[in-house]
Design a protein around this ligand. Structure first.
Ligand code: NAI
Length: 296
């Protein structure tokens, strides 16, 4: 049976453009009632207004579906709460939060102003915390919730000039790792998308036009909707771009046990074995590491 979001209330942050807009439209097409949040600023986060969100709400209504606009900033605590409050006062519940809003303030670490570092952390990482935190009590009460974080290959693997963005983006994976555990008994599932898409955020990177055109935002939405569906996994990171989909994961090598008396020379002599990833495995949670250390 086709995946449906009938009767589900879905929040998509930063849904006035790019990926968020594509997700919001697809949720609406599949029956969801959608809160379209967008601050309406530029890629660097400056400026703002509700026009972007209102436009997408009109597009959704033209499809015959229900949506409301919210123009708050996710990085403002009260603003983030207002997104959830708008959903609950209009439709009485919230089922899904897609944390998508984001900005860029790229510069090499040497040249980066700390204010730009903090702002990027605030929008991506704390913005996702604030909106998810406001929705969490509703999820717990109704024994149901779905959250999707938006990370990036810049966070998972690094990218020149994006120390602020990369730190924020990998922070979201850390947030997911604990929320997936704390949400388990309430059927709250938390996943992460790592998109590659042609949007205004990526339009000035010198990507050839033929490639850019294949990186359609609409090709990320199927993965996002699956990660927010009733049958979603939890704690899963999916890379997606131009029709490519893959799972990403943090793994640890088999490791070496060198006993209780180890010098730096011993470590150096074993480094190759320690760093041998041929039998690497992931862990479901942090205590798995302690269990591994003490399991003969
Ligand atoms: P975009 O710039 O087209 O869309 C981002 C939207 O977020 C904008 O409409 C903007 O107004 C909104 N926004 C920014 N700050 C906000 C705030 N404080 N509160 C509410 N809304 C806010 O960019 P795109 O590409 O659609 O990005 C969406 C997400 O995907 C971002 O989190 C981005 O970091 C992430 N991403 C995008 C990639 C790509 O290839 N396009 C790659 C990896 C991650």
């Amino acid at each position: 049976m086709a995946i449906s979001f009938k009767d589900k209330v879905v929040i998509v942050t930063g849904a006035g453009a790019g990926l968020g807009r594509a997700h919001a439209l697809e949720f609406a097409k599949r029956g969801a009632k959608v809160v379209v949040n967008d601050l309406g600023g530029k890629v660097d986060g400056s400026g703002g207004g509700s026009d972007a969100a209102n436009k997408v709400v009109e597009e959704i209504k033209a499809l015959g579906a229900e949506a409301i606009a919210n123009g708050a900033s996710v990085s403002d605590r009260k603003g983030a709460e207002s997104i959830v409050n708008d959903a609950v006062s209009k439709w009485g519940r919230v089922d899904v939060v897609i944390n998508n809003a984001g900005i860029l303030r790229d510069k090499s670490f040497a040249k980066m102003e700390l204010d730009d570092f903090e702002l990027v952390l605030k929008v991506h990482l704390l913005g996702s915390v604030y909106v998810t935190k406001a929705a969490w009590p509703h999820f717990v009460k109704q024994n149901y919730g779905r959250v999707v974080m938006t990370t990036s290959s810049s966070g998972l693997y690094g990218n020149f000039g994006q120390s602020n963005y990369g730190a924020a983006k990998l922070g979201l994976v850390g947030l997911m790792n604990t929320l997936k555990l704390e949400g388990q008994k309430f059927d709250i599932r938390v996943n992460t998308i790592a998109p590659v898409a042609g949007t205004r955020m990526t339009e000035n990177l010198g990507i050839p036009e033929a490639v850019f055109n294949q990186l359609k935002p609409e090709l990320i939405s199927p993965a996002v909707l699956y990660l927010a569906s009733d049958d979603a996994p939890t704690g899963t990171i999916i890379e997606a771009g131009a029709g490519y989909y893959a799972k990403a994961q943090v793994v640890e090598s088999k490791g070496v046990k060198l006993g209780q008396n180890v010098s730096v020379d011993d470590f150096a002599a074993n480094f190759e074995k320690i760093a041998d990833m041929s039998e690497a495995k992931p862990f479901d949670n942090g205590s798995g590491v302690i269990a591994k250390i003490f399991t003969p």
